[in-house]
Design a protein around this ligand. Structure first.
Ligand code: ZN
Length: 152
């Protein structure tokens, strides 16, 4: 890290510190995982479990105001049923393991739709319907390459 970056970080930190008001009141420990700041075993359990399971209601997809094919694809995506390389390899189907777009990491549904640099660029430049169509075309191409029938 060069001196310019250090100075920039110092200025950001200086601005952040200026917002803090110090008082003569003694410090106190507050449990941040409950509304009233007190520790309970329930709040500790919920804090520990936070993010360990998905509470997304996949049924909400079926009530979305969009075309049925988009709801179906979204449901497949959320349920991790899209036949990406990780799923194909788990079934011992021959295919390339890395993402066919960036060739950087193993292709997963999350990578293909959200994390891939190419996916990010597409999401930035195209509307969601075009993105879904591009992904479907990619899935179909992969299925044809593996000798399985197209799904879309
Ligand atoms: Zn990629």
């Amino acid at each position: 890290m060069d001196l310019f970056e250090l100075m920039a970080q110092f200025i950001v930190l200086w601005d952040a510190v200026q917002q803090i008001q110090l008082t003569d009141r003694p410090d106190e420990i507050v449990w941040r995982w409950s509304a009233n700041g007190t520790y309970t075993s329930k709040s500790a359990y919920l804090a520990q479990m936070r993010g360990t399971f998905c509470n997304f209601d996949a049924q909400a997809i079926w009530h979305a105001h969009t075309e049925g094919k988009h709801r179906f694809f979204s449901w497949l995506l959320v349920k991790e049923k899209i036949l990406t390389a990780d799923k194909l390899l788990a079934r011992n189907w021959p295919c390339e393991s890395n993402c066919v777009l960036c060739d950087e990491v193993t292709e997963t549904a999350a990578h293909m739709c959200l994390q891939c640099p190419f996916a990010k660029q597409v999401l930035h430049e195209y509307n969601p319907h075009q993105v879904v169509q591009l992904i479907k075309e990619e899935v179909n191409l992969r299925r044809v390459a593996c000798g399985t029938p197209e799904v879309f």
